[in-house]
Design a protein around this ligand. Structure first.
Ligand code: F0G
Length: 453
């Protein structure tokens, strides 16, 4: 067992609800977990984004927030942390990750352009498509194999990447998402990163990363790539970043802040091009939608996020939950990723067809049974084909249990495992779902459902 490298100073009480109360609450919420109040959730695995517990140093730094519009000392400290931890000289703050995506893609992409790389996150995809551009996904085949236990399932298929870059002249940049949230929080190896960088350079296409979970990726590199076993995480991070022209960051993840983001880069000309767009949408270049105190928490969190003892404990938490569920007969994507456990619901509930949303049905059962909230990542989230109006079938029907940073302890995970064990015994009774109201866009957030009888 990994000893948590922290202890609790302040507590946030959980409201204990009974099973009966939860049955009523979820019915009233139209069987949509986004309509459930957090006070009615006992363990919230909805996301690891902005939900982490800040340290005493972050809270102390927050009191030093300089809220000046221009030249704030909080910005100077924030920029210094980004430069030191990641090695990029130019930094544009944004209110969160998607703010960075919006500014970046508005400047880099136009109608008919393309982007290639491993599978981007939904908001990233939406921002690219919103510019009339398309994504050519070159994630390695391992990512989609249930059997493979490859240590770096977030890797790019290098041969495919090279083919795509040679054939396609509309590609404006290569984007590597590390770790790759869309394929189970799986890491990308440094060997693969080097390969990607070499090909991108040869084809004169710039390389950018989405580094929401760069620290977790670096931990996996240390753990799984022999060459780096004795390297400190800080050095692996810099070695990773060395190959990129720039990065987009949601500071709500590996910077353990509740809000924030940024774009960091090497090229002063790119900075000049992005700056006006950033001012227009995010705010002046010294705050970009963050308050001074937010920037202070990110500055501290960037250092805390790469502490090896913290990362080891965090990765072990996900692994403990995932491997215990696997042993209890719940199929999960393996190896377990960095920030979440992904339950394969179509394998767990083979009696529910994909268009009856097995992962959503499982999410509802998990809430009723134990007050635990996860999120469906499957055909419900995938939506309909805009041309044919047909439901799109996702590659996997997954229930994601994302783990907030420094929030839950072993008892919370043991409780979760016990709830799953109860569900395993009676899983045949879980029924599929159909729409009561289907929202036309991003339907998983705001649709309501009925249980099939
Ligand atoms: N990139 C990745 C890989 C992400 O996982 C997210 C958000 C973003 C970008 C967008 O950042 O939320 O700060 O605007 N992921 C969250 C999640 C929402 O639950 O996985 P944001």
């Amino acid at each position: 067992m990994e000893l948590p490298p922290f202890k609790t100073k302040m507590v946030e009480p959980l409201t204990m609800r009974t099973r009966k109360e939860r049955e009523g609450l979820i019915k009233k919420a139209g069987y949509n977990l986004f309509f459930i109040n957090s006070a009615d959730v006992m363990i919230d695995f909805l996301t690891d984004s902005g939900t982490g517990a800040m340290s005493e140093n972050q809270w102390a730094a927050l009191m030093q927030g300089d809220e000046s519009y221009a030249g704030s000392s909080s910005f100077i400290r924030f920029k210094k942390a980004v430069q030191k931890v990641l090695g990029f000289p130019f930094v544009i703050p944004t209110h969160q990750g998607r703010g960075a995506e919006s500014v970046f893609n508005t400047v880099l992409l136009n109608d008919g352009d393309s982007v290639t790389g491993n599978s981007p996150f939904d908001t990233t995809r939406a921002h690219i498509e919103n510019r009339g551009s398309k994504i050519i996904d070159v994630t390695s085949g391992e990512a989609f194999s249930k059997k493979s236990l490859h240590g770096f399932k977030g890797n790019v298929n290098l041969k495919k990447l090279e083919r795509v870059l040679i054939k396609n002249k509309t590609i404006r940049y290569v984007l590597l998402t590390i770790t790759c949230n869309s394929v189970g929080g799986q890491p990308v190896s440094l060997e693969n990163i080097r390969g990607v960088a070499k090909i991108a350079k040869k084809c004169s296409v710039p390389l950018f990363y989405d580094i929401a979970r760069f620290a977790e990726n670096s931990f996996f590199i240390k753990e799984r790539e022999k060459r780096y076993r004795n390297w400190p995480i800080s050095k692996i991070v810099l070695e990773t970043m060395r190959h990129a022209d720039g990065v987009l960051m949601s500071a709500k993840k590996d910077a353990i802040a509740n809000m924030g983001g940024f774009i960091a880069m090497r090229d002063p000309l790119l900075y000049k091009k992005l700056a006006p767009q950033a001012i227009l949408h995010e705010g002046f270049l010294n705050y970009g939608g963050m308050s001074g105190r937010d920037m202070e928490t990110v500055a501290k969190g960037l250092y805390e996020g790469i502490e090896e003892s913290y990362l080891r404990h965090r990765i072990e938490q996900a692994r403990y939950l995932g491997e215990s569920l696997h042993k209890a007969g719940v199929p999960v994507l393996r190896p377990i990723g960095g920030h979440a456990v992904y339950v394969n619901a179509s394998e767990f509930l083979p009696h529910i067809s994909w268009d009856r949303f097995p992962a959503h049905a499982l999410a509802i059962s998990l809430y009723i049974e134990g007050g635990i909230r996860g999120v469906e990542i499957g055909s419900l989230m995938e939506g309909r084909n805009p041309e044919t109006g047909e439901n799109r079938k996702a590659r996997f029907e997954l229930l994601r249990l994302a783990i907030p940073r420094r929030v839950y302890s072993r008892e919370h995970f043991d409780y979760t495992i016990d709830v799953f064990k109860k569900i395993v015994k009676d899983k045949g009774r879980i029924k599929g779902m159909k729409f009561n109201y289907e929202s036309p866009i991003l339907r998983h957030f705001s649709s309501t459902f009925k249980l099939l009888s």
